[in-house]
Write a new protein. Sequence first.
Length: 260
Amino acid sequence: MKDLFHEKEFVMYRRKGFTLIELLVVIAIIALLMSMLMPALGKARKMTKAAMCMSNLKQWGSFFAMYTDDFNGKFMGGRNTNNNWWTALEPYYKDRKLLCCPMANNPDKQSHLGFGNYGTWGPDWFNGFYGSYCMNEWVCNPVFESGETPMYGDNKKYWRSTNVKGQSTIPLLADGWWDQAWAEAFDWIPTYPGEWESTGGDDVAHLVVWRHDGIINMLFMDYTVRKVNLKDLWGLNWNRLSDTEDAPTEDEFPDWLKQL
């Protein structure tokens, strides 16, 4: 009887663990569940960062509003006058992290070194500043003491102040791989998102980045933030003389843009 009791006790003890086959089955189930969940988690993470990006741009809208309120509705001088948007607005924002879309915030991955989509402009050539938002440089007030025309573009093209009609249609700040763009409807079309073109006429391409699956987040002059399809960038109201008839037709877009 004693031996039988010990044998039953030993059997009960053995049954407390898992067999090798049972462990393998559990591991296989966990692996299967992880393979199903990972894409969903990755998508949720990207959606969260896209929402954070929109939140950043809404804050920039507040900073622009405070600046223009302090300067009688006028915008900063812009790159032509070394009065860049990110330096002019510095008194209104405290956290330089706001200069970056959460999808592109690593200064070691610079846009001109092949990291156009997820890279930043700066910090090497902008006194330590770096970011991944791009301003419509036509929304500036470049005034020169000698009275000459701005270094870039027709003087009549600039949206110099908030005292204009159609503010909700005028781009102000958006996702981009460069800090500014004098965009035009007839600008060059990149062959892939984030492409760097140094020969000129590529300013719309400064905003053609693949961070939010075919769209970018954009702040308009009325300080609203909206999603804009990459293919629609050429048809926006960039400057006072913009002509949407100059925008590319569907046939002129490369295949990757036609699919958007």
